[in-house]
Design a protein around this ligand. Structure first.
Ligand SMILES: *[C@@H]1O[C@H](CO)[C@@H](O)[C@H](O)[C@H]1NC(C)=O
Ligand SMILES: *[C@@H]1O[C@H](CO)[C@@H](O)[C@H](O)[C@H]1NC(C)=O
Ligand SMILES: *[C@@H]1O[C@H](CO)[C@@H](O)[C@H](O)[C@H]1NC(C)=O
Length: 532
């Protein structure tokens, strides 16, 4: 059997870790384990290697030549699709074999100078593409891997997340948000609570069609009841028990002004319901509130989460622009009227997409969004010099906005969303991808929070082992350690769509409430094995 050996000697890496890179509460425990991977099905077990790999690891990888023929490398497999086949000159992935027709003879020996490695250079070594999964995809083609791991476990202790007393918010540069979203409450989303739709208007797909189907009177009565019952003070107490210090509350333009002709939204006591819950959260638990303008006049993303699926007429539309600015004025005035207005942030737009399902921006859309941000900020600043204002990065990364927003306003914060359910990630890898992304965002010129995140990956979602726990906790750690924190999407979720390869439903990856009940959400002071 012809075989090639990889030897990635990360010897001495633990010693090379920069002092103070980890929280002072960290401690280390040496462990030795041997893991053998003989088929792709063993891969979840093998990722414990990846967990160990941040430290003192010697990995010898034996790749028999037959394996490239016997392992089905299917071009449809998202893990193998990559636009950048070679990301590291030192390492070749399965995708590289596919796209470049390489043979085993082309595998170079990997030599690593431990003194130049920092803690998460493991990604650099094995390729950093989150869509590909840095390590696991390689393991998939290795028939036999003999590994001797001397594992140093680094712990991260969940902090007592800052809870400033009302009106003393320290600003997003200092604040660390351990937050949840209250999605599906004041703006309906069918996937969040399918039964609410199925019981009342089964054919409806979003809030607009819900009210169109039922008529405003019936729809209004149902929604009014929902505003007062779906989120309660008990929910807020439960969040607080886990150290949640921030609520991001999606709300539509129609909470502030009547529905535009052609829209079928109900305008009722959304604002009042939000104020009541916010006031309770602020005074009882010292929480911070992000009022998130989730549905803009005309529709900014075409998704159901803005209220009306398929509507995308916000862009390059002066009428919609002017109405949006009016919405910002009213939302700002509404916040400033609150007794604890110093405990709020206003978020100007949610997930703007210039074209349907295009999760990026064009030069034109960046310019247009920026025009909106400038005009909206001006309205906010006429009313308050210090109300924090969140602007969405539009899925293009916080740094993209540096040219426009460096040293412009001290109270700007970037809201970016990190989701792994699209893009080809693997559930047991995504934890590392989150750490990598968070670190890559930390030098943007404005502070960044992750306004939405969940624990559904693209592949191999499943219950029954620690994958979900690790994914949740590594994101919590990464966003806390490197950024201004984030808000889990979503506080509540009853989604029954099947997303796991074990048949598990969406809610097991999207419901904070459920994850807390299952012991996956840690509490302040809990000591966690650090994956970041
Ligand atoms: C790392 O590995 C080297 C070489 O085997 C060994 O001398 C050293 O003690 C190890 N360090 C830790 C922290 O395990
Ligand atoms: C512009 O926006 C307004 C307000 O939402 C909407 O009524 C109108 O249809 C939009 N115009 C176009 C051309 O889409
Ligand atoms: C942020 O880091 C990246 C990668 O290291 C670098 O290219 C970029 O210039 C940095 N940006 C700032 C604003 O420091």
């Amino acid at each position: 059997m012809k075989a090639t050996f990889f030897t990635a000697g990360l010897v001495g890496l633990a010693a090379a870790l920069p002092q103070g890179a980890v929280q002072e509460s960290s401690s280390t425990v040496a462990q030795t384990s041997t893991v053998s991977v003989s088929s792709p099905e063993d891969v979840p077990q093998a990722t414990s290697l990846a967990q160990a790999a941040a430290v003192n690891v010697t990995i010898s990888v034996q790749v028999p030549s037959e394996i490239l023929d016997t392992t089905s490398l299917n071009a449809d497999s998202p893990a193998l699709l990559t636009t950048k086949p070679v990301e590291s000159s030192e390492f070749l992935s399965p995708a590289d074999f596919l796209t470049q027709g390489l043979s085993l003879d082309d595998i170079p020996a990997v030599s690593v100078d431990p003194t130049t490695l920092s803690k998460r250079d493991f990604f650099g070594l094995f390729g950093s593409s989150i869509s590909r999964g840095p390590f696991v995809n390689f393991l998939k083609v290795a028939a036999q891997i003999f590994v001797k791991v001397e594992k140093v476990i680094v712990f991260w202790t969940c902090p007592q997340w800052i809870r400033p007393v009302p009106n003393t918010f320290p600003g997003w540069r200092k604040y660390k948000s351990n937050g949840v979203n209250l999605g599906g409450w004041l703006v309906l989303e069918k996937n969040i609570q399918p039964s609410f739709f199925n019981d009342n208007a089964p054919s409806a797909i979003d809030e607009d069609s819900f009210c169109q189907t039922l008529g405003l009177a019936k729809c209004g009565a149902l929604l009014e009841n929902r505003y007062n019952t779906y989120i309660t003070t008990k929910d807020i107490d439960n969040f607080a028990a886990y150290g949640v210090n921030t609520l991001r509350i999606p709300i539509g333009y129609w909470a502030y002004m009547p529905a535009i002709a052609g829209d079928h939204y109900y305008t009722g006591s959304q604002k009042l319901a939000m104020q009541k819950i916010a006031q309770y959260a602020i005074t009882k638990h010292n929480m911070h509130i992000v009022v998130d303008l989730h549905g803009l006049p005309g529709g900014q993303n075409g998704l159901d989460n803005q209220g009306k699926t398929g509507q995308l007429t916000w862009w390059n539309n002066q009428t919609a622009f002017d109405l949006s600015i009016e919405m910002v004025r009213r939302a700002t005035d509404d916040i400033l009227r609150q007794p604890n207005s110093g405990s709020y942030t206003i978020s100007l737009i949610n997930e703007p997409l210039p074209a349907l399902y295009y999760f990026g921006q064009t030069q034109d859309s960046i310019a247009y969004l920026n025009k909106y941000y400038v005009a909206a900020l001006k309205e906010v600043r006429k009313r308050s010099k210090t109300l924090p204002v969140a602007i969405s990065d539009g899925f293009i990364g916080p740094q993209t906005w540096d040219p426009y927003w460096t040293n412009v306003d001290p109270y700007i914060v970037i809201d970016t969303h990190i989701y792994f359910f699209v893009g080809g990630s693997y559930s047991y890898d995504a934890a590392y991808g989150a750490c990598y992304l968070a670190k890559s965002y930390q030098n943007a010129s404005n502070p960044t929070f992750i306004g939405e995140w969940s624990i559904q990956a693209t592949n191999f979602n499943h219950l029954g082992d620690n994958t979900r726990r690790d994914f949740y906790r590594s994101q919590l750690q990464a966003y806390t350690q490197y950024l201004s924190g984030g808000m889990f999407w979503n506080g509540k979720h009853d989604g029954d769509a099947i997303v796991g390869d074990d048949g598990s439903a969406q809610k097991y990856y999207w419901s904070w409430q459920l994850l807390a009940a299952e012991g996956i959400v840690p509490r302040p002071g809990d000591k966690l094995e650090s994956l970041c």
